[in-house]
Design a protein around this ligand. Structure first.
Ligand code: AMP
Ligand code: GLY
Length: 434
């Protein structure tokens, strides 16, 4: 690690990923005058809409090819967006090739990639979480369920694209969920099962940027996981978000830093893991205090899209400092005081069978408080933007109040259309007058 590198030397950034999260990070970094070029690999149909941002589509998705490209392009900072390449050890290989990377190595990414590993870390470090049991076979899991004799939350241990958790109302549902997992519904992610006591309360997510030693906490955000209004329908990757979430105040954030974030970073350090990247703690505020329901090893999507417009100009320098293990010498990260909101437009059939290939019309107003971040989009041979995934676009808006921000986002959603477009009308119901 070269501690003499100056922030001015951050000129070329490469972001790995293709979602709304990666586009919003690219947009936020593009505002920094000293950055010359931002590559998003592979990016999507909207990446190049932002100044200095272009898609990089190497000849292969092979990790070695991406690393070779980073070296050829003299990339100063790589940011790895999604959990899968992190869990597969892309950051380890990049660091071995002397690249400067924001994103944990394979060992640290277990925070998200193995729920059992994360639970053990929480127990070892007295981090509050729901009671749990783990099982390696269907029999063992059914046995635990029978002894407990109450419906439990059933979770596949590994990465399951946000679909591996079933919150059960009945014993029968818990049994079904266990059988599904061991019958291979989630592939090797279901080799182990976590059975968890069901807890209740509002949910909020907090994010810390870590350099292995120290951390900075971002404003809290609230996600909306269910597909339909009123928190109905199936779980999705997230249909909308807003920040800052008002459920917790500055003092709560300080308390949660002491209770959850610092013990997590210290627990990782005790395991000799230098964790560089985001610690995302999904919390439930229960009647007996906050409890962690999950950790992720990256920014949340779509929480990231709502958060990026709140980042001060120092954001690029702070990520670079984290990646160099040098947060102590980074400028203080400031946050804008606006309310920022994100509403996701998804395609017909999402999350089960998203329809692809429909052309998208976008006629939104030009307004510095409004952004459209593409996710499941691509450009066809006639240069039309078409749908290519489940969550298609994130419409993001800022305002001095949540009502104003949501009104800007929703009025512009009406100016976007594609076949079967769906969005929730009640994102932010917790903070809006609806
Ligand atoms: P996860 O993928 O771990 O974030 O879980 C998805 C959703 O399941 C969470 O956002 C919660 O709403 C719910 N959930 C997870 N664990 C529990 C639990 N122990 N008790 C109640 N709900 C839970
Ligand atoms: N929005 C939740 C996630 O990114 O996992």
């Amino acid at each position: 690690m070269n501690k003499n590198l100056k922030t001015e030397e951050l000129k070329r950034i490469l972001i790995v990923g293709s979602g709304g999260r990666e586009n919003s990070i690219a947009w936020a970094l593009s505002k920094n005058q000293s950055i010359e070029q931002i590559y998003v690999c592979p990016g999507n149909g909207g990446t190049a809409n932002f100044e200095k941002c272009i898609c990089l589509k190497p000849s292969s998705e092979d990790q070695k090819t991406i690393i070779d490209e980073c070296q050829r392009l003299q990339i100063n900072l790589v940011i790895i967006g999604p959990e899968v390449p992190l869990a597969e050890g892309l950051a380890n290989k990049m660091r071995a090739a002397r690249l400067t990377v924001f994103g944990p190595g394979k060992e640290g990414a277990q925070l998200e990639a193995s729920k059992e590993w994360a639970k053990d870390l929480m127990i070892e470090n007295n981090i509050p979480t729901a009671k749990y049991w783990s099982a390696r076979s269907e029999e063992e899991a059914l046995d635990i369920l029978q002894k407990f004799n109450q419906p439990l939350v059933i979770k596949a241990d590994g990465l399951a694209a946000g679909k591996g958790v079933t919150v059960c109302e009945t014993l029968e549902q818990s049994k079904e969920a266990i059988k599904d997992i061991f019958s291979g519904k989630f592939g090797s992610a279901g080799n182990k099962v976590i059975l968890e006591e069901k807890i209740e309360g509002p949910e909020v997510s907090i994010f810390a940027l870590c350099d292995g030693e120290k951390l900075i906490v971002l404003p809290p955000a609230q996600d909306h996981k269910r597909l339909l209004d009123g928190d109905n329908g199936p779980n999705t990757g997230g249909m909308g978000a807003y920040a800052p979430a008002l459920l917790i105040n500055q003092q709560d954030i300080k308390d949660l830093t002491e209770l959850v974030l610092l013990p997590t970073l210290n627990g990782l350090k005790k395991k000799k893991i230098k964790y560089i990247g985001v610690i995302y703690a999904g919390l439930m505020l229960t009647s007996t205090g906050p409890k962690v329901i999950e950790f992720n090893c990256r920014f949340g999507d779509p929480e990231c899209q709502a958060l990026m417009p709140l980042m001060g100009d120092e954001f690029a320098s702070v990520l670079f400092a984290c990646a160099r293990g040098d947060l102590a010498n980074a400028p203080k990260l400031s946050f804008k005081t606006h309310c920022s909101v994100c509403v996701v437009a998804s395609s017909k059939g999402y999350p089960e069978r998203p329809k692809k290939g429909d052309s998208i019309n976008i006629n939104i107003e030009s307004n510095p408080s409004l952004q459209v971040f593409h996710a499941g989009t691509t450009v066809d041979e006639f240069n039309n933007i078409i749908t290519s995934g489940g969550r298609v676009l994130s419409v993001v808006a800022q305002g001095e109040s949540f009502d104003k921000a949501f009104s800007l986002a929703y009025s512009n959603l009406k100016k976007i259309n594609f076949e079967g477009m769906h969005f929730r009308n009640d994102i932010g119901y917790q903070v809006r007058n609806i």
